[in-house]
Design a protein around this ligand. Structure first.
Ligand SMILES: [Zn+2]
Length: 399
């Protein structure tokens, strides 16, 4: 009685949503293209952001094939960002996200294709690569601290599509700045990396909390947090390039106010800080990747002080519940593609131009061996607090 089966519909026309071409193979079997995104020269395609809503689901097993996954990374073709180890998340309310289990996921290396098989518990659900984090989440977070004397909010610029780029400062203003260290934390240069926003939210909630430990960290440190560098990409469900196709964590050596206003705004805010006779003792840009937790920084060029800082940071991170580093901190080098303009990351450029001890941190979205599961939203929020403690612990002893 095929005509009695409702047709499953798939939509992604909401904040952060993304899906490519959808084909119905059978009433309960759909092939969903992952839209992917390429850069301004149609290179470096990355296909690992999908965030879709399914409606009219039957009470029987549904099969979703995620396809069109092939990509390129740093000009090397054949890169896959959805792999056999990817475990997408689903939600019935758009708020609480659960990872698909190993038994629900199958990988076909030949196509390649990631197949999900599950029996829906309700007629509507959402599926995404990782738990989404959009502007709405950031607004709700800041609404929780409407009149905090320890939080200052600034708009430092606007994206290609005129969205606000925010800078948050957390510190105890009653302590003179000369006695404080300065830490900068940047999240969401890459739109798909929603995990970095959950970590930044955890960091911010901890720093603004009533705990005596947080109060101490507000007295001893000025925390500068850039929570969402590519708001256009977050809103449009993009992957890693701004609305004009520029990678927001490359191009720091080729900044163009018109083509990449997000980089220009962040760079201006950071340099204005330094030019007003202020320091940066530690800078960290947060990123997500598939299967590794690590930090990288200017170890080779920065000499002993940077290596000591990196080592203290790595030791502090090793004590956290979820940072799973399989090796020591990595050297960032001068560029991601030596000899080519437009290939410097924020941490590479800040050290190159101003000798800032600037680091990048990757946290994995696949199963984390230390946790025994892929990081959940709760894991990321908890790690945000641990990260703040680790950064403070890695700073040189009081000068
Ligand atoms: Zn990234």
């Amino acid at each position: 009685m095929l005509f009695l089966l409702a047709v499953i519909t798939i939509t992604a026309s909401f904040d952060g949503g993304s899906v490519g071409e959808v084909k119905q193979v059978a009433p309960a079997h759909l092939r969903c293209g992952v839209k992917g995104q390429a850069d301004q020269n149609n290179r470096n395609r990355q296909a690992n952001w999908y965030y879709l809503r399914l409606d009219s689901l039957p009470r029987e097993q549904v099969r979703i094939d995620l396809v069109n996954l092939a990509g390129e990374y740093n000009f090397r073709p054949g890169a896959l960002s959805v792999t056999r180890n990817s475990r997408p998340v689903y939600s019935y309310d758009g708020e609480r996200w659960i990872h698909f289990t190993d038994a629900q996921v199958e990988w076909d290396n030949a196509e390649p294709c990631l197949t999900l098989r599950f029996t829906p518990e309700r007629p509507a659900m959402w599926i995404a690569h990782v738990p989404p984090y959009t502007k709405r989440h950031l607004t709700l977070l800041l609404d929780d601290f409407p009149r905090s004397p320890n939080l200052r909010r600034e708009v430092i610029g606007r994206s290609v599509n005129s969205r606000e780029i925010s800078l948050l400062t957390v510190t105890d203003a009653s302590v003179p700045r000369e006695r404080k260290d300065v830490v900068w934390l940047m999240a969401r240069q890459h739109a798909w990396e929603a995990g970095t926003s959950w970590i930044a939210e955890g960091a911010l909630r901890f720093l603004l909390s009533d705990s005596p430990e947080a109060a101490k960290l507000r007295r001893s440190v000025i925390w500068k947090i850039l929570p969402m560098i590519d708001p256009d990409g977050v809103a449009s469900g993009a992957v890693r390039f701004n609305a004009n196709g520029y990678d927001v964590n490359r191009n720091w050596d080729a900044v163009d106010e018109r083509l990449m206003p997000e980089i220009a705004a962040a760079r201006r805010a950071i340099f204005a800080w330094l030019d007003s006779d202020r320091r940066i003792d530690l800078f960290l840009a947060l990123h997500n990747t598939e299967s590794a937790d690590f930090i990288e920084g200017p170890l080779a060029q920065g000499g002993e002080p940077v290596r000591t800082l990196a080592s203290r940071f790595a030791h502090a991170l090793a004590r956290t519940a979820s940072f799973y580093a399989t090796g020591p901190p990595r050297d960032a080098g001068l560029s991601t593609t030596p000899g080519m303009k437009g290939r410097m990351t924020v941490n590479q450029a800040l050290f190159h131009e101003r000798n800032i001890p600037a680091f990048l941190m990757e946290t994995m979205v696949d199963r984390n061996p230390k946790l025994g599961r892929p990081r959940t939203t709760e894991d990321n929020l908890a790690f945000g607090a641990e990260l703040v403690r680790a950064m403070a612990a890695s700073l040189p002893p009081a000068r």
